[in-house]
Design a protein around this ligand. Structure first.
Ligand code: 4AD
Ligand code: MG
Length: 447
């Protein structure tokens, strides 16, 4: 019996007999010919049933086969440039078909795009559509590339707790849960503080896990549960951090371009935009960004947009500001040196300018905006304690964190990259909810 193959490797089997196990994504009839578009998890391929090649009952069955039926097809692979599919360019002439289940006829997802709520209510089925499948295949490659780069560059993977006693990124977005006799525990907003402990044992570490934000914001960039990779590095300042980030991003984009071309093309992604992503990336200070925004705003004639772009020194950037700023660059751009008061408590002050901190965000081009947040961390014990008080954080919960500044404190830096925001940018998709299999937003915990 011919061996089972994966559709993404079909080019290796031209003119050979193979078996493909999968599902009927679509069926079209043309008299003596029936075309089944079969998806097997690794790709989509056209399989053709020719009446003359098959006995009557088999051909009839194929002609009536409902969408999503599960099948094992035996047939011969032919190269044909016109054949649809992902990667496409090949078709299988059906010799035999084993039907595992004839799917119910009332499959709710049609081939055209649905309304958002309908699609999200049926997320468990929507995942089968080529667009969603392509995005999530790319996501897996992004994860693999992230780990690959870190593992090959001396970083040790350390996992950080999800249940934590205190906030990392501000107290307004905490999910809390009762924790036995210990009072409240909080779902981790970030693994950073624990990574900081880990570097004093391991030098360079990264965590990769789910993080949680009870964000009030209902935007196309916010999830309440998202995945974050957080590298942390001892003996590292802000400039060195930016070098690490740009190498890391360049590697990820190159890996996706190498391994996921069919998926990117099926999404209609403009590859030339991704091919330009190469270190070094431009760096501008928050002060310069503020000036640029002033300039951009002065050139805008639309009054509504002018209002939206209202900005003064001391404010945090909103989505419209990031979109305008990144519109000026083809590569991701670093914005460093934000006002201390818009950033988290743990950031090192700028030397001689305490109102500014050694933070850096990386904003992705094409309007995608912030994908990375990072900083040099405060290394002085007393100043850190003062900040903890200023931010009304419970000192007892941070005792261990303060210890790190007592026993061999060193300049150190780190960053967090939002996986779903990165995947959205690389795929060129509108909304972050498509970059995770089962999105969690303020309005949705189902399915
Ligand atoms: O900028 P953030 O809040 O930084 C931190 O959490 C740091 N402790 C990271 C660190 O230095 N180790 O979040 C980092 C990134 C953002 O740039 C964004 O990509 C993503 O996490 N992110 C979100 N993604 C989806 N939905 C949300 N609600 C997000 N909030 C942050
Ligand atoms: Mg941020």
């Amino acid at each position: 019996m011919p061996s089972i193959i994966q559709v993404d490797k079909i080019a290796n089997y031209t003119d050979q007999d193979v078996r493909i196990q999968g599902w009927v994504y679509n069926r079209t009839d043309k008299g003596k010919l029936v075309f089944l578009l079969i998806r097997d998890g690794s790709g989509f391929v056209q399989c053709v049933a020719f009446k003359g090649d098959l006995d009557e009952t088999t051909f009839d069955k194929i002609m009536r086969l409902p969408k999503e039926s599960s099948v094992i097809i035996t047939g011969k692979v032919r190269a044909d440039k016109r054949a649809p599919g992902i990667p496409g360019g090949f078709e299988v002439g059906i010799k035999e078909i084993e039907i595992l289940q004839e799917a119910n006829e009332d499959y709710p997802m049609s081939l055209k795009e649905h309304g958002v709520d309908f699609a999200l209510d049926n997320r468990h089925l929507w995942l089968r559509m080529p667009s969603q499948w392509a995005v999530l295949r790319i996501r897996a490659t992004v994860i693999s590339a992230m780990r690959e780069w870190l593992d090959n560059n001396g970083f040790i993977n350390m996992d950080t707790p999800i249940l934590t006693p205190a906030a990392c990124e501000g107290t307004t977005t905490l999910f809390e849960t009762p924790y036995f006799d210990e009072g409240m525990a909080y779902l981790a907003q970030s693994g950073q503080l624990y990574n900081e402990a880990d570097i004093f044992a391991f030098g360079k570490v990264y965590s990769f896990g789910p993080t949680f934000r009870a964000e009030k914001s209902k935007t196309r960039r916010h999830l309440t549960e998202f995945w974050m990779v957080e590298p942390e590095i001892a003996f590292c300042d802000l400039d060195q951090l930016m070098e690490i980030e740009e190498q890391f991003i360049t590697h990820i984009v190159k890996r996706v371009l190498r391994d996921r071309q069919p998926e990117l093309k099926s999404l209609g992604r403009d590859l030339s935009k991704l091919e330009q992503i190469e270190a070094p990336f431009p760096r501008i200070s928050y002060d310069q960004a503020t000036e640029m925004l002033g300039q951009i705003r002065s050139e805008v004639t639309d009054l509504e947009k002018k209002e939206l772009l209202q900005f003064e020194w001391g404010m945090d950037f909103g989505a419209p500001h990031e979109t305008e700023l990144t519109g000026k660059f083809v590569k991701p751009v670093f914005v460093y040196g934000y006002p201390t008061k818009v950033k988290a408590f743990y950031m090192e002050p700028w030397p001689g300018r305490p109102e500014v901190c050694k933070s850096v965000d990386l904003l992705a081009p094409e309007g995608y905006g912030e994908i990375i947040g990072g900083s040099e961390r405060m290394s002085n014990h007393d100043l850190l304690l003062q900040r903890i008080h200023e931010h009304n954080l419970p000192e007892e919960s941070f005792k261990w964190y303060l210890d790190l500044r007592k026993y061999g404190s060193v300049p150190h830096s780190g960053f967090g990259i939002g996986l779903e925001r990165t995947v959205s940018w690389i795929c060129g998709i509108e909304h972050i909810r498509e970059a995770i299999a089962f999105p969690r937003t303020i309005k949705r915990v189902y399915p």
